[in-house]
Write a protein that binds this ligand. Structure first.
Ligand code: FUB
Length: 320
């Protein structure tokens, strides 16, 4: 592994108040970015001069080791140093048809509205499912946009035989206005979204990617499509590139190495203020961190002249 990624001595965030009510302010000085709460599965959105980071709130108490995530959190910043923690914008319980488990998702903007695609456990169609919530502002509050799952187990399990394959949605609204949903564990699924963003249209396809595990993230840069994803287990982040959203995808190898004492890594990639950032989680907040008490980190991402991405250098000092 490259630069030290789990440093208990890393500089901390100062917290001015708790953030269950009004917005609060935090100042980040290193990785992990936030240290007052465990934060997992980051998704980033840039809107109106601010970067928003949406994350699951890991609350599994030590010494237990399992996922316990009831709600998602939202942080935003205009300079990546001073962060606002917004009042909790969405909880798994906000999806009446689900029975908890606020797993990974992503927020995208379309026509002035913000759509948050998330993973929750379905109450009746056994297994993980994808829901979508909508808000008028990136920080919410969000409400269930459909009253039912967008993707549920019976839509994909006949093919996969799995109950946890419908997780980790990522969405891109392409330059021609067509939106695509990509998701999946062990299988990387893809479908078109209808213009309203709350229904899929057409068939569900699969994308073949070497050693694919989960956590797809789709982004575009300089005419290239990039599909990064968690591979193997414990997870590294691999990526593939294509000239078309429909592929073929050219496998490009390792983008990020194992995240130390955390068996998942879950990345988001965005441009902000002319720089590109790789946002992920590790288990490095404190001695009780690890795979089920994770923490969001941010490091720089650099493109090579041919459009490929230089392997990420995870740091404890972060981007400052
Ligand atoms: O947070 C629960 C699961 O862990 C996510 O859905 C995966 O991507 C992994 O990070």
């Amino acid at each position: 592994m490259k630069t030290l990624i789990v440093s208990l001595a890393a500089a901390a965030v100062s917290v001015c108040a708790s953030a269950t009510g009004p917005d609060t302010t935090l100042v980040a000085t290193g990785n992990p970015l936030f240290r007052h709460k465990y934060t997992a599965d980051p998704a980033a959105l840039v809107h109106d001069g601010r970067m928003y980071i949406f994350a699951g709130h890991d609350v599994c108490p030590p010494p237990h080791n399992h996922y316990h995530i009831d709600e998602w959190l939202c942080f935003s910043s205009a300079d990546l140093r001073t962060w606002t923690e917004h009042s909790v914008p969405l909880r798994a319980a906000d999806f009446a048809w689900a029975r908890g488990e606020a797993w990974a998702g992503q927020v995208v903007e379309r026509d002035g509205r913000f759509y948050w695609y998330v993973t929750v456990e379905h109450a009746t169609d056994r297994g993980k499912s994808v829901g979508v919530a909508v808000a008028d502002r990136p920080e919410g509050p969000y409400r269930d946009a459909r009253g039912s799952a967008l993707i549920s187990n019976s839509m994909t399990s006949p093919e996969s035989g799995m109950m946890w394959d419908d997780i980790d949605p990522t969405v891109i609204v392409d330059d021609d206005g067509q939106a695509y949903l990509i998701w999946g564990n062990r299988r990387c699924y893809m479908a078109r979204l209808a213009p309203g963003m709350t229904e899929i249209e057409g068939e569900i396809r699969t994308i073949d990617l070497p050693s694919y595990t989960e956590a797809p993230w789709i982004h575009k840069h300089d005419g290239h499509y990039y599909l990064s994803y968690a591979a193997e287990f414990p997870e590294k982040i691999f990526y593939a590139m294509s000239a078309s959203i429909d592929g073929p995808w050219e496998f490009k190898g390792v983008l990020n190495e194992l995240a130390g004492n955390c068996n998942t890594n879950h990345q988001a990639i965005v441009e902000f203020g002319g720089n590109w950032y790789f946002i992920y989680h590790n288990g490095g907040a404190d001695v009780n961190g690890g795979s089920f008490r994770r923490s969001v980190c941010i490091d720089r991402l650099t493109y090579e002249p041919d459009g490929s991405i230089r392997p990420i250098r995870m740091t404890s000092e972060g981007i400052w």
